[in-house]
Write a protein that binds this ligand. Structure first.
Ligand SMILES: [Zn+2]
Length: 235
């Protein structure tokens, strides 16, 4: 039997137009849809998790820490200097760096107001959690489950396991970064995973086909809307 959690990813002011520092185009359009999803009389969620990018001011994903322009690719070394056994060299990853965003305690880091109001109105008995990620300054967190090096786990996986969840439905920002990587990680962690496309927006809207190939290769199910998803459950 499917035991489903709703995962609401990074609906934070810095990702939202018009004033965010790292705006996902049209990101604000998903808010109304997502608040409607929190109606438990209509939808099958047994738990709800809301994620929050939550960086210290010197976070390594900020271009300002590297003296380069935002959206540049930078080579990062493994935070614990783990070495490749064959080459003896410290492992590296090339990642895009961003404008400063979601700095702990700032307005930009706050979860959009109506999302939080909806979250607080969820039934008291429903398991729910706000999962903060990106707290350690020396590593990027595209995924909600852990940092990109999989060294530091957030509270999300334990929360899902504790509540016997085996299926996760993802919505939020951005479709081609945090939602993508979180959905793939969720699927690889043993939760069958779906994404509702009309509740997500992308940073790079011209690369949707590439993004969706990554979802498909990982076995994540994509649905246009909650209605299409619910129909699939009846089949
Ligand atoms: Zn971030």
């Amino acid at each position: 039997m499917l035991k489903v959690a709703l995962l609401i990813i990074d609906i934070q002011e810095d990702f939202l137009p018009p004033n965010g520092t790292l705006v996902v185009p049209n990101g604000r359009e998903v808010i109304e849809q997502i608040t409607k999803l929190c109606d438990l009389s209509k939808y099958p969620w047994l738990a709800v998790a809301v994620t929050q990018d939550w960086h210290p001011p010197n976070h390594t994903s900020f271009a300002s820490q590297h003296g380069v322009e935002p959206f540049t690719d930078v080579e990062f070394e493994h935070p614990l200097e783990e070495k490749n056994a064959c080459t003896g060299k410290v492992k590296t990853k090339v990642q895009t760096v961003w404008p400063d965003h979601c700095v702990q305690g700032t307005f930009g880091a706050s979860i959009e107001k109506s999302i939080m109001e909806t979250y607080y109105k969820l039934p008291e008995e429903l398991p729910k959690i706000v999962v903060q990620k990106g707290c350690l300054h020396d590593r990027e967190y595209y995924l909600c489950f852990s940092d990109v090096w999989k060294l530091h786990k957030t509270d999300l996986e334990d929360f899902l396991l504790k509540n016997d969840i085996n299926h996760v439905v993802c919505v939020g920002l951005a479709y081609d970064f945090c939602v993508l990587n979180s959905a793939i990680d969720s699927q690889m962690s043993g939760f069958s995973t779906a994404v509702l496309k009309n509740c997500c927006r992308s940073v790079y809207q011209d690369k949707i086909a590439e993004t969706e190939k990554l979802y498909g290769d990982a076995g994540v199910a994509l649905f246009e809307s909650i209605d299409e998803y619910l129909t699939s459950l009846k089949k």
